[in-house]
Design a protein around this ligand. Structure first.
Ligand code: SF4
Ligand code: SF4
Length: 705
């Protein structure tokens, strides 16, 4: 035992106290683990380097917390104090082993550094805790859940920190300064002259208060939201490594599987871990466009709901985790107490049915969450169950489902009109079939994936014409699939209809394999995400690029140039709306701005919510085909944000954003100037000319008669 610990009266009592508390902590954690073992098995363990990098970035450096600097500093001060004070606790409960080891090398410098760190971190933590209490009790941001346990645990942590500072101060006053503990040594010297017996008593009281409060914290922790101090490291490490926009693969042939998520038992154990990791910070709630516009959906309540269901299930689970009735076949739960305990329905237990359909799958919640909780996969999982097993979905989706299945596009338009957008163009747009028939597929630079919106929606047809004009100006050899193109299945998948998605995806993959394009370019971020991130789940791996990145590349290579002059854009001040599936899901943020930056005379006026923090237009997740009867329209809110920039036009890079924002702008009573939407290609095309790097125009690709 070290000299310092020898001064503590009744010191040996620390062992039963601390290790008893640790045992209770272990038992309560084991109780949670029983739910994990009864949940669906998953193995998110591969990709160790990427997981380790995420651990450093999100759990240790806590980059997402620092998006709000003050809150980031506050949280980091408490985190640092937690870590450094743990060293002191570890020393106390190991009979001084830590001090013995760290005080030996370099004349005790490492232990002195620990004491200095504990001093500084404790002081910073006290200030941070005071700020946290003021925020909760006085400022009261709407996103924070105000609970008695939340306040009590802050006070408990404050008590631990204050007791540590007190114990070190009285120890310094009674026995002399401790190496490195500059703050408490200074406090100790200010107490010089106080009766030594009183100092000894105060030291003992504070030392024991510190240890007792740590024991209380340990026993209480597993039942509070502060469990995230333990679970967040695991949650971050076990994060989803698949592309952000790829929904979980689904085996429609699995004989004993439940389609989608119906009960708590259908969730993977990682989903349950998400529930136990939620800090109730409400960042997802704040970022959610559905919640912001008055819909019942609240992503925070979904995650908290999962935790509450897991808490409820714990009572009915077998004592021994992994007992035979649990996941015997790795698929559905067998009959037995575990199956009964886990059979709590997610709807309405964790989320109401109407809220399930409010989600635009924009991913803003996932992007905002500091502990990397995945909300979208769960919501779509619940939709899958409602659609595939119960045929329960908003009635307006039925025509879209039927149209996608029969006409291969959600508008239900005949495929014979897929090339109508090319009418009136001063150049030919060849199809891949005609190029293949002429044996010239190897001359193709790129296959232009037009998408259903640009093929059938009159407004978006103008975008297709503008983009083709840019390609033609740059001398790009491109072809389209024409009547062979089908909807990628993105809306069907996000509306929960995995059957229709896989039908369409299989057809498209077969078509694309037949032509083997070197690259696919598309102006639709939804098509881009689905082909690039989701078709690999079904065996289709293709290189895909969004038209903004393709145009930026052509401009950069000098194959395309933008002329200044009377043909220039009529709008001078432009704002750019980042589509969720482009910026947040696919990380394409710079390219659209590079395209706009290349057009002479344009001034970019950015919105506050942009890039990965963009605000949805309201069309994603199949919401394009649903009524928006509750709250204000999401598109109206985004139009208001765009108009606040004072821009003459809103540039977009997505056909759905084109439609939704166009409607939102048109309906806004403050839009007296008639601000409207323009695709990037529409802004560039009128001034696009062949650049010095453009190839000399050779023989055109062949057209079918
Ligand atoms: S994906 Fe978007 S709409 Fe859905 S819950 Fe998350 S933030 Fe809300
Ligand atoms: S899910 Fe994430 S962002 Fe939402 S409240 Fe929980 S920790 Fe915060």
């Amino acid at each position: 035992m070290t000299e310092s610990l020898a001064r503590v009266p009744w010191y040996p009592l620390v062992f039963p106290l601390f290790y008893g508390a640790l045992a209770v902590f272990g038992l309560l954690m084991a109780r949670h683990l029983r739910v994990f073992s009864a949940a669906r098995p998953v193995r998110p363990f591969s990709g160790v380097p990427r997981r380790a990098a995420a651990l450093v970035r999100y759990a240790l450096v806590q980059t997402r917390m620092f998006r709000d600097l003050r809150v980031g500093v506050m949280h980091y001060a408490i985190f640092a104090a937690f870590v450094l004070l743990s060293v002191g606790v570890a020393n106390a409960v190991s009979g001084g082993l830590v001090e013995a080891v760290l005080a030996a090398p370099f004349d005790g410098a490492p232990w002195a550094a620990v004491l200095l760190g504990r001093n500084l971190a404790a002081l910073a933590a006290l200030a941070a805790l005071a700020y946290a209490l003021v925020r909760r009790l006085v400022v009261r941001p709407a996103r924070l859940t105000l609970s008695r346990s939340g306040i009590l645990i802050l006070l408990l942590i404050g008590g631990i920190v204050a007791a540590e500072l007190g114990a070190l101060s009285y120890e310094a006053a009674r026995y002399g300064p401790l190496p490195g503990a500059i703050l408490t040594n200074a406090a100790g010297s200010a107490l010089a002259g106080v009766d030594p017996r009183l100092l000894e008593a105060l030291f003992a009281v504070h030392w024991w208060a510190h240890v007792v409060l740590v024991a209380v914290f340990l026993v209480w922790l597993p039942t509070t939201k502060h469990l995230h101090v333990v679970t967040s490291f695991f949650n971050v490490y076990l994060r989803k490594l698949e592309p952000r926009g790829a929904l979980p693969a689904m085996d429609l042939e699995a004989a004993d599987a439940t389609y989608g998520l119906r009960t708590l038992g259908d969730l993977a154990w990682k989903d349950v871990l998400d529930g136990f990791t939620c800090t109730e910070c409400g960042r997802c709630q704040d970022a959610c466009p559905a919640h912001a516009t008055g819909k019942p959906l609240n992503p925070k309540e979904l995650v908290m709901g999962i935790r509450h269901l897991a808490d409820a299930a714990e009572r009915g689970l077998p004592v021994i985790p992994g007992s035979p009735d649990v996941r015997a076949r790795g698929g559905a739960l067998d009959d037995g107490p575990a199956a009964a305990a886990m059979a709590i329905p997610l709807v309405p237990g964790a989320i109401s049915e109407e809220a399930v359909w409010d989600c635009v799958t924009c991913g803003a919640c996932v992007e905002a969450c500091p502990v990397l909780i995945e909300h979208v996969d769960k919501i779509v999982g619940i939709r899958r169950n409602l659609v595939l097993e119960e045929s329960r979905f908003p009635p307006e989706l039925a025509p879209a489902f039927r149209a996608m299945e029969s006409a291969q596009n959600p508008w239900g338009q005949p495929r014979s009109t897929r090339l109508d957008w090319t009418k009136g163009l001063p150049f030919d747009v060849p199809t891949a079939a005609s190029v293949a028939a002429a044996g010239e597929l190897d001359r193709l630079d790129v296959l232009y994936w037009v998408g259903c919106a640009a093929a059938f929606d009159e407004r978006n047809r103008r975008v297709a014409r503008a983009f083709a004009t840019c390609l033609h100006a740059a001398g790009v050899r491109f072809a389209v699939l024409g009547q062979e193109e089908a909807c990628t299945g993105d809306p069907a998948r996000r509306m929960g209809n995995e059957y229709v998605f896989q039908l369409l995806a299989a057809q498209n993959i077969e078509t694309l394999r037949r032509y083997g394009p070197p690259r696919i370019v598309t102006a639709c971020p939804h098509c881009f995400n689905t082909i690039a991130s989701e078709y690999p789940q079904l065996g289709g791996a293709f290189e895909v690029i969004h038209h903004s990145a393709f145009l930026a590349g052509l401009l950069d290579e000098g194959r395309l140039a933008a002329l200044a002059g009377p043909e220039g854009p009529t709008a001078r001040r432009i704002t750019f709306h980042d589509a969720c599936y482009l910026a947040r899901y696919s990380g394409v943020v710079r390219a659209p701005r590079e395209v706009l930056g290349a057009v002479p005379g344009l001034e970019l006026a950015e919105m506050a919510l942009r890039g990965r923090q963009s605000f949805c237009c309201g069309a994603g997740g199949g919401r394009m085909w649903m009524e928006e009867s509750r709250g204000t329209r999401i598109s109206a809110e985004r139009a208001r944000q765009a108009l606040a920039t004072g821009a003459d036009a809103v540039a977009v890079g997505c056909p759905f954003c084109m439609t939704m924002l166009g409607d939102g702008l048109a309906a806004d009573p403050g839009n007296e100037a008639g601000v409207t939407t323009l695709d990037l290609a529409e802004i560039l095309a009128p001034v696009a000319v062949a650049g010095p790097g453009a190839p000399r125009r050779g023989r055109e690709l062949p057209m079918l008669p």
